[in-house]
Design a protein around this ligand. Sequence first.
Ligand code: NDP
Length: 344
Amino acid sequence: IYVKPPKEYPIIGETMKIAKSTIDLDCALSQGDIIIKNLVLSVDPYMRGRMRDPSIESYAPAFEFNSVMTGDTMSVVIKSNNPKFKQGDLVYGKTGLGYFEEYSHVKGAYADIGYVVRNDPKTTGLPLTYYVGVLGMPGLTAYVGLQKYGKPKKGETLYVSAASGAVGQIVGQIGKALGLHVVGSAGSDEKVAYLKELGFDGAFNYKTQSIDEKLKELCPKGIDIYYESVGGEMLEHVLNHANNFGRIVVCGMISQYNTSNPYPIRNIIYVLTKRLTMSGFIVMDKENIAYEEEFMRTCTQWLLEGKIKYRETVAEGIENTPQALLDVLKGKNFGKQVVKIADL
Ligand code: NDP
């Protein structure tokens, strides 16, 4: 349950909490209704942005006070009075719409908008958790963000921040497949070792090493594309090392989500003098979600052929969901953070 907006980091028990309620699994369903058992919940950084005063506009609607939180989910239909869903179907609760509870009685109109049958795991054999991660919203974000907004050309240098995370690890691997010189940063030595395993040409720990020196050393020809997930001080450093006509793909700015004291970028003038393109984008925008089918087909193939590696942190039990979300916001996750709340 979402309770109220946090000032900085969310506080468990104060801004979000676990609540008990009952649901009648034997009730007669109205036309269009379904009952689902939720299996996997995806906790993602954008959820922090939904914890705001509802009068503030943003791309994703504010959570409603004292209501069940929602996000990407994978569930199984246990009862249906809706022709689109049958018992035993796996369903994907679309970004921002899947209920974060153990069982959900989903009203017909909401089921039609918020849920879609996704039985793919039954044929691919890939874990259910992948369908809210590498094959879900974060994977699509990496796929569209790098190619459409980064406009990569073979031989260019790509720098990825939050590179071991859900989005970053895929961005880097696609970058390598496109023939780019790929450099990434992450917040621990274990994460940096993983980036090297993935084939990144260079990787460093931005918490213990000098960002400026490492960018100079690992990107000797400068940065052509910066896949931005962090913002703040990191962006300031990158602007110093960006090449003329470089592209900054503004995917996220997580360092700024939980602070009441935003970092002032002092060298923003480089956007002008270096003729940089900064492209903010939201994966859920119509023109980006349009790539979903192509992306899922392509990425499933990559995974089955072992062309792409993927790491996730799986928390167990719905009671650990608030902590899992907090972990993502504090960088304690390693790879995509998900919560497994039930077996199929
Ligand atoms: P991740 O799996 O990468 O988890 C977030 C990571 O961010 C943490 O593990 C941590 O990694 C890093 N981080 C956290 N706090 C800070 C901080 N203060 N400074 C620097 N790094 C920090 O999450 P996702 O891959 O799901 O998301 C990555 C980014 O992409 C986010 O900014 C998110 O908002 C954005 N996004 C945007 C979308 C869009 O449509 N534009 C869609 C999906 C995601 P580390 O240990 O390396 O610091």
